[in-house]
Ligand binder design. Sequence first.
Ligand code: PLP
Length: 412
Amino acid sequence: MSEASRERPGPGAPSATDLIHHAYQPPAGFGSPAVPVHKGSTVYFDSVAALREHHWLDKQAYTYGLHGTPTTFTLEARLATLEGARHVLLAPSGLAALTTVDMALLASGDTVLLPDNAYHPSKEFARHELAHWGIAHRLYDPMDPASLWAALGADVKLVWLEAPGSVTMEFPDLPALVRTVREAAPQAVVALDYTWGAGLAFSPFDLAGLGGQGVDLTIHALTKYPSGGGDVLMGSIACRDDALYRRLALAHSRLGLGVGANDVELVLRALPSLPLRYAAQDAAGRRVAQWAAGQQPVIRRVLHPAMPGSPGHAQWQASCRAAAGLLTLEFDPAIAADAVDAFVDGLQRFRIGWSWGGPVSLAVPYQAARLRQLGTPYEGVLVRLSIGLEDPDDLIADLAAGLARLAGATRR
Ligand SMILES: *Cc1c(COP(=O)(O)O)cnc(C)c1O
């Protein structure tokens, strides 16, 4: 089935047009596509009365640079459009967005649940800072709603979801997980790390098959696709509910989190091309994945939710209209880890480095045995590939040359 003919699950999919034709009033007599970079720590008030009157939670008024400028408010509004949310907060990184949610919603004695395939630094924050503050965490298997059911209780105030999981790319049954939390722990807030979906692949606030229901909030590492340049660190928190927004915004303000106007400008400048870049990286990622699936037995399996046989493929089909340009190669576990490291070292087009969503393709090897605490079905070495904007034929040629070198080295 071609992507164009795939039915779009869930309402509310933002269009490229919505991201470009957004409400913005330039100063009288001047119009250009760019949003001005407004800088200011100090913001002037016309009178003492105005200084006392204006509250920073009121987006109609400016009070202090940390609480927003016309530039940051514009990015917040555009991200709300992209994600189908009402409210957005900006944070200095994706990880800061994630930890802000934890700090805003959890108190001593509470428990937070994390999927075992969560973004690793999120688990580390739970293991260290949250534990120091008397906040417990439990892990669940996101591919088994019964495992989530068993982990839920009256102490659980926050449940994190991630789709797909970090590195191993399992796509969970999001509607089933949300339904499980609503039934077993109605007091818990459901938060999704939406970085992979980038506001485009599915609609977390309006999940297909959940009758207009969805998660309560998302975080998004704008560092990845929205920035698109591999040169900005930024994160966002998005939600629909006014009361939840107030809790998050108050904590965010008390924590003193701000983002620089120049970085915001870079993200604003990249947003109009986000759907085009995401589609191109999706198409290139699937081409590389299909090629890699033919490289058995050296590559035992390709982990990419759009690939049949990848964990959660059926759930991806039910929930998503697209995929990010990310895939993981599961190497034959008989191949030594240092041979796989040498394969990665030898790649020319793929650079070695963290993150994804930028123009340059990246590769990182992971030891499968170290990835999970609840047990793992993966062995040996996994190589996570982030597909950039290069010609996919050049990327495939680079990987093919690497596999030929690997075959030569392991034969000797
Ligand atoms: C990169 C990433 C983050 C963190 O974003 P930073 O801006 O690098 O802090 C969080 N979650 C996921 C899934 C990510 O890929």
